[in-house]
Design a protein around this ligand. Structure first.
Ligand code: OXD
Ligand code: MN
Length: 616
């Protein structure tokens, strides 16, 4: 039975049913009873495998088809009337052609199935940040994941009232045919269509499709920002709290940074990190002249491999109940899950992510095809499970940002941390970000590519206009956050990571926050302000870069070094990207920053010491 009288919702559901032709329509009210019944049904059909109730209560395993394991950027389209509005960062399709194509694929594809209607909210219902979506889908897996990742149920329809507007999402699993897979966005119509996939990033339409691609377009028009950023809070020993948002490309450690546990001596002093979000931030101007952020999601869709007690205790704890695991391995000895990096010991009896018995004797760390879990296997866990979830997680007004951090995976050139001279310079730094590709999207991994603000796959409009929007937002706030860039991934000449990362990133965060309060020094360099080595706390840092080689202050100096020659090359590269890709929509302010970078680099002599960095 329909749960609303909103005629726009009813019309959308009716049209979707006419297209998909399901046998049955079920409205998701979000009640525990309904969700429990759906889990039971999915277990019966084999869509979910129930895990050990004692060890992992209310947890399930799901396997996708082997052709459907990651976001498909080359099959993701922005369908705007004017091709130029989608920009060079997106694949484009004419909206009329896109609707026709999608309708042809989806027509009748729900025959014999149930169509679920999921009313959901991105953001706390009733908050001025929140926006409502309706996703129709023929997948129970999607319903159950959306129920963790967003706020689902009747309260969302009540918030819409009789004629409120919402984002329409139509998902049909069809035959999971990779050649007919399309993830289409119609920002001018507030509509998303996804066909022939069942992988989270392509089908949980509240996440990347709505909360980033459509929301970034709405944000540009309405004067706010939708960003691929974690949000964390730092509590000081005296109880004061500061908030930071940080953008990193997919699978580059956002969840780890968001849930960081500081080194022992910080904990002893009383420092604490609290997680507001690990993937998406919606940011608005506050009346106090600051930028305020909320996490519109309600759960974590985290990358499983590499997550363990030491790398991310809080994430692991978050997965211990009420979690859906996707494409991890099944330990058949105790019906729990396993993935590479979870433990040093390999499970003796396990089924790999494709559903076949796995032979630990054949496992070769360097050969991904021998892995038990897919490199992009995931956990979908409720945020409320997280031991360090922020008390502000459910706040309707969000949290005020002291700093925005950008970061990518760069083996050389980019120092451990540096600070922008001002907002526009920070926008320039974000616009020039590049990082190595990861398993979160299909295609080759480890390839260096431009990924401005970590939003390359998620900006729902022209990247040049997105840069201009950032500049405009900065001009409108009287007390903007300071902007920084970090690089946890700098390597020595043998390819060893030079910085320990994980909890030790607290040392960098501390410097960043001190800078925000004018309590730390810095050295001015051609790229921005860099810490003096003595200003980063190295107490008890016992990191072994390689056997027998411990991290020293000289290593720190090395990863803080700015090599003007390398940066001149970087500047040329950025210019090539601006001119060759974004072209005439680059705001003048960013051209000015590029010129400043060049002239500042040319003015300094190359340091005498030869860098030992591995080339990017
Ligand atoms: C994600 C991604 O799943 O960025 O968050 O791919
Ligand atoms: Mn992400």
């Amino acid at each position: 039975m329909a749960l609303t009288k909103n005629s726009k919702v009813l019309e959308f559901v009716e049209e979707s049913a006419k297209l998909g032709q399901p046998d049955k329509i079920v409205w998701i009210d979000g009640s525990a009873k309904q969700i429990a019944a759906l889990k039971e049904e999915a277990v019966k059909s084999g869509e979910l495998i129930k895990l050990n109730e004692q060890l992992l209560p209310d947890c399930y395993l799901h396997r996708t088809k082997v052709n459907d394991v990651a976001r498909v950027e080359d099959r993701t389209f922005i369908c705007t009337k004017n091709r130029d509005d989608a920009g060079p960062n997106n694949y484009w399709m004419d909206p009329r052609q896109a609707y026709e194509l999608a309708n042809e694929i989806a027509r009748g594809s729900m025959k014999g199935r149930t169509m679920y209607v999921i009313p959901y909210s991105m953001g706390v219902v009733g908050s001025s940040f929140a926006k409502i979506g309706i996703e129709v889908t023929d997948s129970i897996y999607v319903v159950l994941n959306m129920n963790i990742m967003t706020r689902v149920g009747k309260q969302c329809l009540d918030a819409l009232g009789k004629d409120g507007d919402f984002i329409k999402g139509f998902h049909a699993k069809c035959n999971v045919d990779a050649d007919k897979r399309y993830i289409m966005h119609f920002p001018e119509d507030n509509t998303i269509i996804s066909v022939n996939s069942a992988y989270g990033g392509n089908v949980l339409l509240g996440k990347k499709c709505f909360a980033l691609r459509i929301a970034s377009y709405l944000g540009k028009n309405e004067g706010w920002m939708a960003e691929h950023m974690l949000i964390l809070g730092v509590t000081y020993p005296d109880g004061e709290k500061k908030y930071v948002a940080a953008a990193f490309p997919s699978a580059c450690g956002k969840t780890n940074l968001a849930m960081l546990i500081p080194p022992k001596h910080y904990l002893e002093k009383g420092y604490k990190i609290e997680t507001v979000g690990d993937d998406i931030a919606w940011i608005r101007r506050g009346e106090d002249g600051r930028l305020w952020a909320v996490n519109p999601e309600n759960g974590f869709f985290g990358v499983a491999p590499g997550t363990n007690e030491h790398s991310n205790y809080n994430a692991l704890k978050s997965t211990q109940r009420g979690t859906i695991f996707t494409n991890v391995a099944l330990n058949t000895d105790n019906m729990t899950v396993w993935w590479e990096g979870l433990s040093k010991e390999l499970p003796e009896h396990c089924i790999d992510w494709t559903g076949k018995p796995w032979d630990p004797a054949k496992f070769d760390k360097k050969d991904k095809s021998t892995c038990a879990a897919h490199p992009n296997s995931r956990f979908t866990a409720p945020a409320t499970n997280c031991p360090c979830v922020s008390p502000e997680f459910d706040s309707k007004r969000g949290v005020p940002l002291s700093a925005i951090i950008f970061g990518g995976r760069r083996a050389s050139t980019t120092p451990l941390v540096y600070e922008a001279r001002d907002w526009n310079h920070g926008v320039f730094i974000g616009s020039a970000m590049s990082s190595e590709t990861t398993a979160a999207a299909t295609g080759a991994t480890g390839v260096l590519r431009h990924d401005p603000m970590a939003m390359k796959p998620f900006t729902g409009y022209h990247m040049g206009d997105y840069f201009a929007h950032w500049i405009e937002m900065g001009a409108k706030v009287t007390n903007p956050p300071k902007i920084f860039n970090v690089n946890w991934f700098r390597c020595d000449k043998d390819g060893n990571f030079m910085w320990p990362g994980f909890g030790d990133n607290m040392r960098v965060l501390e410097w960043i926050l001190k800078r925000c309060e004018n309590k730390a020094d810095a050295v001015e360099t051609p790229v921005g302000f860099v810490p003096r080595a003595e200003d980063i706390d190295l107490t008890d840092l016992d990191y072994e870069i390689k056997k027998g080689k411990k991290f020293t202050v000289d290593d720190l100096k090395e990863i803080l070094e700015i090599d003007a020659d390398k940066w001149l090359k970087e500047a040329d590269e950025i210019e090539g990207y601006y001119k060759g890709t974004i072209k005439d929509r680059i705001p003048q302010e960013l051209w000015d920053c590029l010129e400043t970078l060049k002239s500042k680099c040319s003015a300094v002599k190359k340091p005498a010491k030869k860098s030992t960095d591995k080339n990017d």
